[in-house]
Ligand binder design. Structure first.
Ligand SMILES: NC(=O)c1ccc[n+]([C@@H]2O[C@H](COP(=O)([O-])OP(=O)(O)OC[C@H]3O[C@@H](n4cnc5c(N)ncnc54)[C@H](OP(=O)(O)O)[C@@H]3O)[C@@H](O)[C@H]2O)c1
Length: 340
């Protein structure tokens, strides 16, 4: 006997990837339902070797469904997640709507799987921001060994993090560079993204940082340790899939670069690719479709007492969203909603 599962946002980047991953990991589902907006009624989406016809989330009755994986943005989540939860279906949500609610667990299963048990508070579990998810997978095992004081991170975030419209904009603008008769003005992004980088993701806050940067700070504290200080600069780059991060970490205790490499080699969800030679590191293109968070360029930062620098790359649609959501569903199943 398996679970009855709903995937809301099944026509989007994250939703399609959640369906792929449920099938790939043979999640024990007796039934999977694909939902999206009214615009997508009847749109066919793949689930393993099956094809599902998308239904309208409006009016859908979640009664009898165990888990709903949501990837429909904050506005629609605000409307539909409470309905699903009140009908007894646990929502695992990819939007930022519930991440900072102290009653709602924010979970990366390699880091804080025990937090899943607090799903009972509101029948909702939040999935972190894509940049946070991959970073905390790398930080946690190092924190356990040498206590992290401060993190300075710069991100290089792919356009798929801005949804399917972000990918289309990079594609159309790139083509337009070679065919100048058809100009494609910026719409999803604030400036042209093709052959450019944009140091601005999400809205500006009063202190001059952006909401995306603030999310990395607040979410790292909630998932790993409230004492860790984080400062971030988040940048959009013309890459379709895969977020990269240059991370500088200051520890309370000394941590040798070789020991850091060994710790990361053993860490769950991490793959170390770190040869000090041309090409001996990972780039986003190589991590697409993979589950791991890849770590390269591990080295001492000799400008501070206890510092390490590293390069962290992962598929943002997978570890940054869909994979993490499915891993949460697996953890919930193993710990709380046992079946069969
Ligand atoms: N992309 C990432 O790396 C990433 C990472 C972490 C979290 N997230 C979050 O995941 C969510 C989805 O992101 P995405 O990248 O998959 O976006 P996307 O490609 O633009 O897809 C959006 C999905 O939401 C559905 N939707 C939009 N408005 C809806 C409504 N009113 N009612 C029902 N369904 C609605 C769309 O359905 P239609 O096709 O019918 O419009 C589509 O299936 C967002 O909250 C995003 O912040 C994304």
């Amino acid at each position: 006997m398996g679970y009855k599962v709903v995937v809301a946002g099944a026509t989007g980047n994250v939703g399609r990837e959640m369906l792929n991953i449920l099938a790939e990991r043979e999640f024990p589902a007796d039934e999977v339902i694909a939902l999206a907006s009214r615009r997508s009624i009847g749109t066919e989406v793949s689930y393993g070797d099956k094809t599902l016809k998308t239904k309208d989330i409006e009016g859908f009755d979640f009664t009898g469904y165990d888990i709903a994986l949501f990837a429909i943005g904050s506005d629609a989540t605000k409307k539909y997640a409470p309905i699903a939860a009140s009908q007894g279906c646990v929502v695992i949500d990819n939007s930022s709507l519930y991440r900072y609610d102290p009653q709602i667990p924010l979970v990366v299963p390699e880091v804080n799987p025990e937090a899943v048990e607090n799903y009972k508070n509101k029948m909702i579990i939040a999935n972190p921001n894509c940049s946070t998810a991959q970073m905390v997978v790398a930080l946690k095992p190092l924190h356990d060994r040498a206590r992290i004081k401060r993190v300075v991170v710069s991100t290089y975030q792919s356009v798929s993090g801005a949804g399917k419209e972000g990918m289309d904009e990079l594609w159309e603008q790139t083509k337009a560079v070679y065919n100048p008769t058809s100009e494609v003005p910026p719409k999803k992004f604030t400036k042209e993204i093709a052959f450019n980088v944009i140091p601005h993701i999400d809205v500006f806050l009063d202190d001059g940082s952006t909401k995306e940067e603030w999310k990395m700070v607040a979410e790292t504290k909630k998932i790993v340790d409230p004492k860790i200080k984080v400062t971030a600069t988040c940048v959009r780059v013309p890459v379709f899939v895969g977020h990269s991060e240059a991370i500088n970490i200051e520890f309370e205790e000394f941590l040798d670069e070789d020991e850091a490499r060994d710790i990361l080699r053993e860490a769950p969800g991490v793959m170390v690719v770190d040869k000090r030679e041309p090409g001996g590191y990972i780039t986003p293109k190589e991590c697409v479709g993979d589950y791991a968070t890849f770590i390269s360029r591990i080295r001492q930062d000799s400008t501070i007492e206890n510092g390490i620098n590293l390069w962290c790359v992962s598929d943002n649609l997978r570890k940054g969203a869909a994979l993490n959501a499915v891993q949460i569903a697996e953890t919930l199943g193993n710990r709380c909603l046992k079946k069969g």
